[in-house]
Write a protein that binds this ligand. Structure first.
Ligand code: BES
Ligand code: MN
Ligand code: MN
Length: 462
């Protein structure tokens, strides 16, 4: 394709500044205090799609936050690429751990990003990566190189479970009909090791509550004589893994897909340094399920993790008290073939069954979703692979990710199309953490690679 680099070069500053403006709006979907900002972000996405050359751009209202839709139909006989992304972001807390305010983007150089990285909540997940597609679209329309039809669907509830999008997809098969879905909301192995994400884990997220006595008690007067909900909760949680770090919930592994020796050997070829991994996290050892490597543990194996735990007295000083209640939020990452609703039920049954007498246990399911795997012989994968080969000078490595984008399996079920996950983030970009950032180099590499995907997909489709 002609002049991709030239167009990017000529518009570099504007491409960066537009993203910076978008990152200034705190579109935190989890916190209703930011409702206006989330809605304002949707408006901004709408006008950016219009400027990029999309037609029929609309803000589609839902029960929750709106979905921004836009399209450019060139010719009914050409293939259609549906781009998905999200404009909502995670809450920034703990805010005191940020080196600069999360919604005042700054570009700073780091060891991995000598060209600079944009520091802001949403820089990588997913405003920065989603905006690469908007700019790639602008580039293709401005240089008359859009080779096929395009549809954009950008939602504002991904970080809270995509409930409205699920309804929207079910109700709009025709409007969303496509030949391939393209998403940049994952990562790659390293700047010099391009990769394409071929799998995502499923998710089951639950909250548990343990209730003991009907009021907080003096820990001297009652201690030792009644069940302490915090002691009980932590004991119950500890029992969910055995000494080999296997999960103890009966039936949990029944449907887990076991990879063949060959597939595991293939996976092990991806470059990985345990030393660097440990160094980056300042840990002296990794920890996990016996019999699996670190990369296997965080991608092809299911997990159970406490995400938050609270109860009792946590203020200054000491208060001698046995709390009436204790709580925890627990996530289970699932692998293909595990059904998230079934796993949620297994968890609930088991957790209730291990509660000792003297406490009541309540399990409340939150959200969840199925895992996803995509083959590497589809034309979508081949097109992506060729695109990366052009811009990185290397064939990308297929890699399963440990993260989840639950809506992807719903896309396949409802729209009958495969999703190609072209992520340009790095694990060190600190998504969901303080000091989230996205490399300037990665941002422009994405904008450069995406148009080539369109080109190769259209060629291979014929
Ligand atoms: N973009 C992430 C998922 C992701 C990141 C996948 C990196 C692979 C590599 C997405 O925004 C996300 O955070 N998903 C949530 C699940 C969702 C239901 C809240 C997750 O994985 O925790
Ligand atoms: Mn995301
Ligand atoms: Mn996220």
């Amino acid at each position: 394709m002609q002049n991709i680099k030239k167009y990017i070069d000529q518009n570099k500053d504007r491409f960066l500044n537009e993203l910076i403006e978008l990152l200034k709006i705190p579109s935190i979907s989890a916190d209703s205090a930011y409702k206006k900002d989330v809605l304002k972000t949707a408006d901004e996405i709408k006008s950016s799609l219009e400027k990029a050359g999309c037609e029929n751009v609309e803000i589609c209202q839902t029960k929750g936050y709106p979905i921004v839709f836009g399209e450019k139909i060139m010719d009914k006989n050409l293939p259609t690429v549906l781009v998905y992304g999200h404009y909502d972001v995670q809450p920034p807390d703990p805010i005191n751990l940020w080196d600069s305010p999360p919604f005042e983007p700054v570009i700073k150089k780091t060891e991995l990003h000598p060209e600079g990285a944009i520091f802001a909540r949403g820089a990588c997940d997913d405003k920065g990566q989603m905006y690469m597609h908007v700019k790639a679209m602008e580039l293709m329309t401005q240089t008359n190189q859009l080779p096929c039809n395009v549809k954009f669907m950008i939602e504002g509830e991904e970080e809270v479970g995509s409930a409205s999008l699920a309804d929207f997809v079910k109700e709009n098969h025709e409007k969303l009909s496509n030949d391939v879905i393209l998403i940049s909301d994952t990562g790659m192995i390293a700047k010099e090791v391009p990769s394409i994400t071929t799998g995502l884990r499923g998710l089951s997220y639950v909250e548990v509550e343990v209730t003991g006595p009907n009021r907080d008690l003096h820990s001297g007067l009652y201690g030792g004589a009644v069940a302490n909900p915090i002691n009980i909760l932590t004991k119950m949680i500890a029992s969910l893994h055995d000494k080999n770090n296997h999960i103890t919930i009966p039936g949990f592994y029944d449907k887990v897909e076991e990879l063949s020796k060959e597939e595991r050997a293939e996976m092990a070829k991806a470059p990985f340094s345990l030393e660097n991994y440990q160094k980056a996290l300042d840990i002296d050892a990794v920890y996990g399920e016996d019999g699996y490597t670190t990369n296997e543990r965080n991608s092809i194996r299911p997990t159970l993790d406490v995400n938050g735990i609270w109860g009792g007295y946590t203020g200054e000083g000491a208060k001698t008290v046995i709390a009436s209640q204790a709580f925890a939020k627990i996530s289970m990452r699932l692998v293909p073939n595990q059904d998230w609703e079934e796993i949620t039920q297994l968890f609930k049954n088991h957790f209730e069954s291990i509660a000792p007498k003297g406490v009541k246990v309540k399990v409340t399911p939150h959200h969840g979703g199925q895992g996803y795997v995509t083959p590497i012989d589809s034309i979508g994968y081949k097109a992506a692979s060729k695109a990366y080969a052009d811009t990185f000078g290397k064939t990308p490595i297929p890699q399963r990710s440990g993260g989840s984008i639950p809506i992807v399996s719903l896309f396949e079920k409802e729209l009958k199309s495969k999703t190609i996950l072209m992520g340009f983030g790095l694990d060190s970009d600190a998504i969901h953490s303080p000091n989230e950032h996205f490399g300037v180099w990665n941002y422009f590499k994405g904008i450069e690679t995406i148009p080539l995907f369109y080109k190769y997909f259209t060629e291979l489709y014929k």
